[in-house]
Design a protein around this ligand. Sequence first.
Ligand code: FES
Length: 113
Amino acid sequence: MADAAPGQLIGAASALQDSRPGLRFTLPDGRPGIAVRFRGQVYAYVNACAHVPVELDLVEGDVFDISGQYLVCAMHGAYYDPQTGRCLGGPCPGRRLTPLTVIERDGQVWLAA
Ligand code: FES
């Protein structure tokens, strides 16, 4: 018997490459989400800036800065630690993106139920 799905499918794990554009998805409550891979690990957040709750990406899924070390908001340049969602600079230092629990299994990335 196959294992039950661990949650909501976000997409293929292979679609997430380190510090490359992420996958957008919609949470069950309708909020936008974004999943990225950083240093081999997948992270996901509600796609809403901690400064003003607009989506971080102007170009779909493109949330890493040019160095590939930070998530950056396209609106006013807040930048975040990809591993914690903590704002490290810009207009909202110390605030955080809302983290989501993801599961990478059998070549797929899931939003945990
Ligand atoms: S809305 Fe994101 S930095 Fe202002």
